[in-house]
Design a protein around this ligand. Structure first.
Ligand code: RIB
Length: 310
């Protein structure tokens, strides 16, 4: 059977600390007991897509330490791990601090993710080429992301590029993205990489109007389709600058927003792979992200097809 979604990306262990509030620089504060959970944007997106019914393969790397935690939910969700290599060094580690307000900070030591290169991606060429949707992000070296986007594009697989965290994405990869999925800051960084200027600031413009302007600018710079995510304000999307739409987010009470963006991307990829149009796929992805913020953690907070979405 062909895998419908291939994710090329990062795999981490998330060390999660619950704190009352974030410390100031130089300050020491106490936290509760640490939790060690599976994470990494690539792995999170793979689990989210699999839990929404897609057949998913993951291309990436763990270290030579015990990676059981990092791979646990991937295995349980049925993600194909044939293209996950074990490389020298440690598995990626993210130290995540979640405050009582739900706000989080994330510090990532990439470990084996930093050694995912074009050769490792080439070894997965057949799986990438046979997929309907190839999902990419910015937590592995750009040479690997570029190679995956060029293999996918040359085989007619749809590239979903989540340009997070912001990095030195090549114009080729940005213009292969259909869609490019970014928050407002990542959108500005991507526009800069494409040689565009951020639309003139209007201090009174609301977040939605600002996002519309930057989304249109990215489309004008040759990106085939764009989704600009705005957290509680939903998502602005479109395939042409004069055809933008706004999908509001569902109203929920968040307890932990870590990995909500990855829930969105995974669900989006699963919907696109099953034939949905961009706006319909984004609507479902919005609801899956809203579901996930009501639970702690990343992969453990993602809904399967039996769970009711908000
Ligand atoms: O997007 C959330 C993820 O970012 C976490 O799981 C962490 O591992 C970091 O990669």
């Amino acid at each position: 059977m062909k895998d419908s979604v291939v994710v090329v990306g990062s795999i981490n262990v998330d060390q999660v600390l619950q704190i009352d509030r974030h410390p100031s620089p130089g300050e020491t504060i106490a936290a509760g007991d640490p939790a060690y959970l599976p994470g990494g944007k690539g792995a999170n997106q793979a689990v989210a897509a699999a839990r929404r019914g897609a057949a998913v393969s993951l291309v990436g790397a763990v270290g030579q330490d015990d990676a059981a935690v990092a791979l646990s939910a991937l295995g349980a969700s049925g993600v194909n791990l044939d293209h996950v290599r074990q490389l020298p060094g440690s598995t990626g580690l993210a130290v995540i601090m979640v405050a009582a307000s739900g706000e989080n900070t994330v510090t990532v030591s990439p470990g084996a993710n930093a050694r995912v290169d074009a050769h490792l991606v080439d070894a997965a060429r057949d799986a990438i080429g046979a997929s309907k949707v190839c999902v990419l992000q910015g937590e592995i070296p750009m040479e690997a992301t570029d190679r995956a986007s060029s293999i996918a594009a040359s085989h007619g697989a749809r590239v979903v590029l989540n340009a997070a965290p912001s990095g030195d994405f090549s114009p080729m990869t940005l213009r292969a993205a259909d869609p490019l999925v970014v928050n407002e800051h990542e959108a500005a960084a991507a526009l800069d990489l494409l040689g565009g200027d951020a639309p003139a600031g209007d201090d009174d413009a609301d977040i939605v109007a600002t996002a519309r302007a930057i989304t249109a600018a990215l489309l004008d710079r040759g990106v085939p389709s764009v989704l600009t995510t705005l957290g509680a304000a939903g998502v602005i999307g479109g395939e042409s600058a004069d055809g933008l739409w706004h999908e509001p987010a569902r109203r929920v009470t968040p307890v932990d927003t870590t990995g909500a963006g990855d829930a969105f991307i995974g669900a989006l990829a699963a919907e696109l792979a099953s034939g949905s149009g961009l706006r319909d796929a984004a609507k479902v992805a919005n609801r899956v992200a809203a579901f996930s913020v009501q639970r702690h953690g990343t992969q453990g907070s993602y809904p399967d097809l039996t769970e009711e979405l908000p």
